[in-house]
Design a protein around this ligand. Structure first.
Ligand SMILES: Nc1ncnc2c1ncn2[C@@H]1O[C@H](COP(=O)(O)OP(=O)(O)O)[C@@H](O)[C@H]1O
Ligand SMILES: [Mg+2]
Length: 364
């Protein structure tokens, strides 16, 4: 007789999760002892998976909210495994590794009276991986990532801004974690919108004070696309500053391959085509490249194609650049420039070979 089952049902009906967990565990143990190892393991696995999300929910429930809007001003990410993929140049990668290692050895370094870098400012164009990098560092160090989006906080009511900032730091101070201030320039940008200069100054000062106190013993990361908006007082607070840029040649190829996720295609092994593609990606951010490739993969799945075609990906790139607006003539010229044969252009665009030639003779 497994009386635990009754207790689990009771717990479920009264939404008492602790009861459900503890009796499920007991049940699993009993089943294990009685030889039903498979069922016992399944129960344990189920509890563990659920416990993780329950823990996150508990934490979110106690995370600060903006009092006016009741919206959470924080987002909490618990790193369970290393799933975030990021491609960086070797130089940047090694600087990030240094930062991660100094966090890992922080305790030991402190014992020896050595100050280790614990504040990191990431800046650079949008879509190049700053926010992703914060997640990556959280996974590498095993520390939860507490993200505060400053744009959301600053747009909250004026009187609340300083209060919200204080709440964020207090919360992050109360547990081992990395505090991540994303869209960090929002504070500076507010200068020309709804704030009076005096009030904004007070908000900035309170932010700086909070940073100073917090950074004595905690890990802080900030990210911005608009470094020109940050004043010197802010730059000085960060002991590691890294510019995250667009990628080049080898890195772009690596990134493209990652986003292709092994979808069968007719260009990855064709050196010329692949080089042409990555060259077209040069001006794009990794985020744009991801959208372009994922759009093509979506089309490939929806249309049930056997291969992801070089031409389809080219068209996707062109349309992405021109916000989805492309005439047949433009596409003919573009595909021709990218070395696609006239017959293949005609087939892809469902027009006759004669039409293709007409466009190209007009063009030349
Ligand atoms: N260097 C990179 N390597 C891999 N993926 C990237 C990289 N940069 C951006 N991405 C992808 O693009 C998307 C947006 O990146 P994000 O980190 O938000 O950029 P940022 O914060 O710099 O604006 C993410 O989904 C991420 O997967
Ligand atoms: Mg970002």
């Amino acid at each position: 007789m497994y009386t635990e089952i009754l207790k689990i049902i009771e717990g479920g009906l009264s939404k008492d999760m602790k009861k459900v967990y503890s009796y499920s565990k007991l049940l699993a143990e009993k089943l294990g002892e009685d030889g039903d190892i498979k069922m016992s393991k399944s129960i344990i696995k189920l509890i563990e998976n659920n416990m993780k999300s329950a823990a996150t929910l508990d934490q979110l429930a106690t995370a600060p909210v903006d009092q006016e809007s009741r919206l959470s001003i924080l987002d909490i990410y618990r790193p369970d495994n290393e799933e975030t993929i990021i491609v960086l140049s070797d130089h940047i990668k090694s600087r990030i590794d240094d930062f991660v290692n100094s966090i890992k050895h922080q305790g030991r370094l402190k014992e020896m009276g050595i100050e280790s870098p614990n504040t990191l400012l990431l800046y650079g164009p949008p879509g190049c991986g700053k926010s992703t990098l914060a997640k990556y560092i959280s996974e590498k160090t095993g520390l939860p990532l507490v993200t505060a989006r400053l744009d959301a906080i600053v747009s909250s009511l004026l009187g609340n801004t300083a209060k919200n900032i204080r709440k964020i730091f207090e919360y992050a101070d109360s547990k081992p974690c990395i505090l991540f201030l994303d869209e960090f320039d929002a504070i500076a940008k507010a200068r020309d919108d709804q704030y009076e200069l005096g009030e904004l100054k007070r908000v900035i000062n309170s932010l700086l004070q909070n940073i100073d106190q917090f950074a004595q013993s905690n890990i802080l990361i900030a990210a911005t696309n608009h470094q020109e908006l940050l004043d010197k007082a802010i730059w000085r607070r960060f002991n590691t500053v890294i510019r995250i840029e667009r990628l080049h040649d080898g890195e772009l190829e690596r990134l493209t391959k990652i986003f292709l996720q092994g979808v069968p295609n007719d260009f990855e092994d064709d050196k010329k085509k692949f080089e042409r593609l990555t060259k077209l990606m040069h001006e794009r951010s990794p985020s744009d490249i991801k959208s372009i490739i994922h759009n093509s993969i979506a089309q490939y799945v929806i249309k049930g194609h056997e291969l992801l075609n070089y031409e389809d990906l080219l068209i996707e790139i062109y349309e992405f650049e021109h916000h989805g607006i492309a005439t047949v003539e433009e596409l003919v010229i573009y595909l021709n420039d990218q070395g696609v044969a006239q017959a293949a252009i005609a087939e892809k665009l469902s027009i006759s070979l004669r039409q293709v030639r007409n466009v190209l003779t007009k063009e030349s």
